[in-house]
Ligand binder design. Sequence first.
Ligand SMILES: C[S@@+](CC[C@H](N)C(=O)[O-])C[C@H]1O[C@@H](n2cnc3c(N)ncnc32)[C@H](O)[C@@H]1O
Length: 289
Amino acid sequence: MKDINPSSPEFWESLAIPEKKDQINKRCLEAKTWDKAAATYDDLEKCKDYQNQINSILNILQQKGALDKKNIVMDVACGTGTYAIRFAPFCKSVTCLDISTGMLKKLEEKKKHYSLSNIEIVRKSWEDFKRDISFDLVFCSMTPLLRDIKNLKKILNYSKRFIGIVTWAGIRKNRLLSLISREILGEEIHQKGQDITIIFNYLYSLGYAPHLTFFTGCWERTKPIKDQIERMIWRLELKRPLKRNEKDEVKRILEKFADKNGLVKSVTTVRTAFMFIDKKEAKGAFSCD
Ligand SMILES: C[S@@+](CC[C@H](N)C(=O)[O-])C[C@H]1O[C@@H](n2cnc3c(N)ncnc32)[C@H](O)[C@@H]1O
């Protein structure tokens, strides 16, 4: 039994060490996993609740002064640049880092499409990133990197003043995925860690004042059956590779859910959190004397 001392950063750090045998975590940290997801990753941006989350985060960052024409910004594990392309018009520059060539190719296309010359793209693992500068805002959204406190420490070190983190907040349920994973894998898929609780408590115990905004909603992806099969197989294969007959079974199940136009709807009930930190509010950073 660990000593329970919630005011100690070491206590939260000890709870955050990813399990070595956690296959999902391991695969989510591999570039090839995200290369496979890249083609349809941005489909989620059609969803109203997701749009609302993105716009609200953008508003908060602007109101707090974190997005400013003078500021240089870092987007860690930027993916296809969902946030970075929206930040770029409001700041001096955005450095976008990710390990996945597939995700970054999508970002490159958007950068060209919107003529965003102040976006710098870096294909590298966050663990290997090294620069002599720090950034006014370091932003990091929905990445398995957040399961490991050492990555969070690096985010803190590279931030001059502001930090923005988006991650799961206790609710993530997709009935269709649950049904299929029970049928095929004999169990439900549970992705552990990366929840806001440990991240919040760790940073709070270090003396920061993390502001939280929660987003609840339904992330709907209605796709042609072929794309939905690919996505479901991708989700299941985070757990383990599927055999030919298991992939056929996924197809057979999804066909039952297709409408007359051959579309299959998949809805995830989610609660996510956006955590904002201004280092000027940290313990010891201000005084009334
Ligand atoms: C769910 S996506 C999130 C993308 C984006 N931040 C967003 O909110 O849309 C997770 C991203 O983490 C990236 N990633 C995983 N491990 C990484 C690492 N070690 N260094 C940099 N990026 C990593 C993946 O390539 C992927 O693009």
